[in-house]
Design a protein around this ligand. Structure first.
Ligand code: XBP
Ligand code: MG
Length: 253
């Protein structure tokens, strides 16, 4: 089956956003008078929990608090997370979050070639809208035929739900698409949906186990890779022709 669509994860894949998320979480904790401050080391561990609300709940469970205080704070999680989302959107809106290397060119190449685009992410629609418009331009939202997010499926990644829903929305079989991810959890979700999984580990996930991925590249701009076959990366980045080739090999019976 030919390559009909690229299904992108968002955080860590389209752009390296997790530092902005981390700062927004800490800003929200401060606004609620909580003496919580997630260091990069602590946040890297917490990233194993997908979903901001679930991540806060996981942190809360790790604290030795009186049951009444635990219950009070658990009730507050939706409000804390809503504040975090507001702070995240404000930070992204400053325009300092740039696309990861090679992403913009691959998106443009896919659009020019009629390869369809979709998103399968754990984050919220409003975070995606803020990121796409600030980082890729106001029209970027229209490039993606389907945007499936964590809160509209029963189970977040590593469950395959968001990828299955994206395939259903595209009306495609898993063999007709490629998933692009930055994390082992995301690769697990993509594989659970039967997709070819291309991993481009981010600065937050580079030490994770990507043995489940079908292809692992440092980024989508890998000029130094395979210099013996420069044509395989087009103009020094991972182009559609290369992806269609590895996808065809994957789908070969
Ligand atoms: C990464 C996530 C999200 C973000 C935080 O999503 O797990 O939870 O870290 O965003 P992706 P929220 O699947 O795009 O890599 O606070 O909105 O959850
Ligand atoms: Mg991700």
């Amino acid at each position: 089956m030919s390559l009909e669509a690229l299904i992108f994860d968002v955080d860590g894949t389209l752009a390296d956003t997790e530092e902005t998320h981390r700062q927004a979480f800490n800003q929200a904790f401060c606004a609620f008078g909580l003496d919580w401050s997630w260091t990069p080391q602590r946040y890297r561990r917490l990233l194993r929990v997908t979903g901001g609300k679930e991540r806060i709940a996981s942190h809360l469970e790790s604290l030795l608090l009186e049951s009444e205080e635990q219950a009070r704070l658990r009730q507050l999680i939706p409000e804390i997370h809503a504040a975090k989302t507001r702070y995240y959107k404000l930070r992204v809106g400053l325009g300092r979050v740039r696309p990861r290397a090679g992403v913009r060119r691959l998106l443009n190449e896919a659009r020019a070639a009629g390869v369809r685009l979709a998103i399968a992410s754990t984050t919220s629609p409003e975070n995606i809208e803020a990121l796409l418009s600030a980082t890729f331009g106001s029209e970027a939202l229209s490039w993606f035929e389907a945007i499936v997010t964590g809160d509209v499926v029963a189970r977040k990644k590593p469950a395959p739900d968001v990828y299955l829903q994206a395939l259903a929305a595209l009306g495609l079989h898993a063999a007709q698409a490629i998933a692009l991810e930055d994390s082992a959890i995301g690769v697990q979700a993509a594989k659970g949906a039967g997709l070819f999984a291309l991993a481009t580990p981010s600065s937050w996930t580079r030490y994770e186990d990507f043995s489940g991925a079908d292809l692992v590249l440092p980024s989508l701009a890998a000029p130094d890779l395979d210099t013996a076959h420069p044509s395989r990366f087009g103009a020094g980045y991972v182009g559609l022709a290369y992806l269609a080739g590895v996808h065809a090999a994957f789908c070969m019976p």
